[in-house]
Design a protein around this ligand. Structure first.
Ligand SMILES: [Zn+2]
Ligand SMILES: [Zn+2]
Ligand SMILES: [Zn+2]
Length: 126
């Protein structure tokens, strides 16, 4: 894996995550940088950043892939076991800093969880 080379393209993608706290969908990310790099490059960078413990991915509504910044993860170990919230009105996705108790299942080893809560965000629910 190793530390990611800070190419211009990598920096551009990283900046998006530094600037906005919200999660970004793959489709949106590609759209944001479409003048600077092609789709394949975006996918490759996202893969590398995830492998390096910088961002994490999860599935949103309609099976769309989303990415958000990690907090204290490393290349060896992702610790993002938090659920995500997707607003059904504005489609905004947030990482929720709440802990979800994962049930232990007999003879099964749980490696990851993908919990998506949907509803209205604080802006849309007023
Ligand atoms: Zn992570
Ligand atoms: Zn909303
Ligand atoms: Zn998250």
């Amino acid at each position: 894996m190793g530390i990611i080379r800070k190419t211009k393209a990598v920096t551009t993608v990283l900046q998006i995550f530094e600037q906005k706290k919200e999660a970004q969908s793959v489709v949106h990310l590609i759209e944001l940088v479409k003048d600077k790099m092609n789709k394949t490059t975006v996918y490759r960078i996202l893969d590398r950043l995830e492998a390096d413990g910088i961002i994490h991915s999860f599935n949103g509504k309609d099976g769309l892939k989303w990415y958000a910044k990690c907090n204290g993860c490393s290349a060896e170990h992702h610790t993002d076991k938090h659920p995500h919230f997707q607003c059904t009105e504005c489609d905004k996705v947030e990482c929720l800093s709440v802990e979800i108790k994962i049930p232990s299942i007999k003879n099964h080893e749980v490696a990851s969880t993908d919990i998506l809560l949907t509803g209205r965000c604080e802006v849309c629910s007023v």
